[in-house]
Ligand binder design. Structure first.
Ligand code: ATP
Ligand code: MG
Length: 429
């Protein structure tokens, strides 16, 4: 079949056969975030490019090669499709003075855009849900953020995911570590690849994140951030570990965990699985105390996380298979013509009684309509023919279970149908 248009590479249509999985996930997320007092923030998909270069960092994968940036052809403004939403959240909080009355717990959900090589669990338009706790300095909020995510994995019945944590320390400690790191890397300059050489003086910490096998020995031998940690960060990190211990959440301290965005300091964490190949991180976050002042606000501590919804769904499916699609309660079949108005009215009566009702449209024999009813997965069929309509009645036919078909007056249809629905839904004894 010739196809005129295809979706942009790496950008997926979410089709009706799977969209219920997304709805289930979104409902779970809303409920879960509300249970921790987070309130939703919805920001535009387009932001000024400088917002991201300034916050994520000029020398990062995202800013260097993954952003969809363009100039508005009408006024020359430099714009970018958001690659993540922490910068947008902080921008909105500052623009609208959200922090004036005190700290804020915010969350977001929606599409993000990065020009990456598409593969399982990695797309060019993907979806994130994230939480941002703005104005909270202590490790208590770091612990709560991590405990929240642990609860979500339980709610989604995910297979085990590993929590890795690290501390990046204060900006001063990072500077000290940076100097030692540069000295170490310069001493072995011949082992550095092109990316690493470019980053040596701009963003040496990111070199530790390199996946290049030829550089792993060098990275292993590099000075560890932990040895340069300032006392405050060390204490913060120890308290966090103790709180996680009390909460019964297992974790692994990974001294190489640095994150690919520049705004993080002190606590960073990732939830990792090996069930999704190279796309193993389902959730990542940490503290970003410097970001709010960097974007023009008063010094305000903050922490948060973002998670990839495609990866959550993939992982859930690996463990449990596809979620059954929801079916209508009632399929309404009718002989059409002069009875159409009566049939439409009967369908409304059913919906008034809380029954999900699929009204047959487009005519056809009862035989073909009943076939459709079966195919729809409906629990029952309501049939309206000449005889029934003349008496103000309909026929109610269970499509599952043992019940017999019955004739019901339109006035009693709602009550009868919802009773039958409840009986069919009840587990068999
Ligand atoms: P990765 O190392 O996998 O590229 P990242 O460090 O770039 O991830 P973050 O910017 O921290 O990712 O985004 C948070 C989460 O969003 C990731 O842990 C992942 O679950 C998801 N994510 C990031 N990029 C993509 C993508 N291109 N496609 C699907 N999900 C993604
Ligand atoms: Mg990435």
């Amino acid at each position: 079949m010739s196809q005129a248009f295809q979706a942009v590479r790496g950008m997926n249509d979410i089709l009706p056969d799977v969209s219920h999985e997304w709805e289930f996930l979104e409902d779970t997320l809303r409920d879960w975030l509300a249970s921790y007092g987070y309130r939703q923030l919805r920001t535009p998909l387009l932001e000024p490019t400088a917002l991201f270069t300034r916050s994520i960092g000029e020398v990062t994968d995202i800013v260097e090669k993954e952003m969809y940036s363009f100039e508005d052809s009408l006024n020359g403004e430099k714009l970018t499709l958001r690659p993540e939403a922490t910068a947008s959240s902080v921008r909105a909080a500052l623009q609208h003075n959200l922090l004036y009355p005190g700290p804020q717990r915010l969350w977001y959900i929606g599409p993000m855009f990065r020009h990456e090589r598409p593969q399982k669990g990695r797309y060019r338009q993907f979806h994130q849900c994230g939480a941002e706790a703005l104005g909270f300095p202590g490790p208590d909020i770091d612990a709560e953020l991590i405990m929240m995510t642990a609860r979500l994995w339980k709610r989604l019945a995910l297979p085990p995911v590993e929590l890795q944590i690290n501390s990046l320390g204060s900006p001063e400690a990072r500077l000290r570590h940076r100097a030692r790191l540069i000295a170490h890397l310069e001493a072995h300059a011949d082992l550095l690849d092109e990316d690493a050489r470019r980053r040596l003086h701009t963003n040496p910490l990111r070199i530790l994140d390199s996946k290049n096998p030829g550089m792993q020995a060098l990275i292993e031998a590099a000075p560890q951030l932990a040895d340069d940690l300032d006392d405050a960060s060390r204490h913060h990190f120890e308290t966090l570990q103790s709180l996680l211990g009390h909460a019964g959440i297992p974790f692994r301290v990974n001294p190489r965990l640095v994150r690919g965005l520049d705004y993080y300091n002190a606590t960073v964490f990732e939830w990792v699985t090996d069930a999704l190949g190279a796309q193993g991180t389902i959730c990542a976050g940490g503290r970003y105390d410097g970001l709010i002042p960097q974007l023009g606000g008063k010094p305000t501590p903050a922490a948060g996380f973002g998670m990839g919804l495609e990866r959550l769904l993939l992982l859930r499916q690996e463990a449990h298979g596809a979620l059954p699609a929801p079916a209508p309660d009632v399929y309404l079949a009718h002989s059409g013509g002069a009875l159409t108005a009566f049939a439409l009215q009967a369908a409304e009566v059913l919906r008034d009684a809380g029954c999900r009702t699929l009204f047959h449209a487009g005519g056809g024999s009862f035989k073909s309509q009943l076939k459709r009813a079966d195919g729809s997965g409906a629990a029952m069929c309501v049939i309206i023919g000449e005889d029934e309509a003349a008496k103000g009645c309909v026929t109610l036919k269970p499509l599952r279970g043992q019940g017999a078909q019955q004739e019901v007056a339109l006035a009693a249809l709602g009550a009868q149908a919802s009773a039958l629905r409840a009986a069919l839904a009840a587990p068999a004894v």
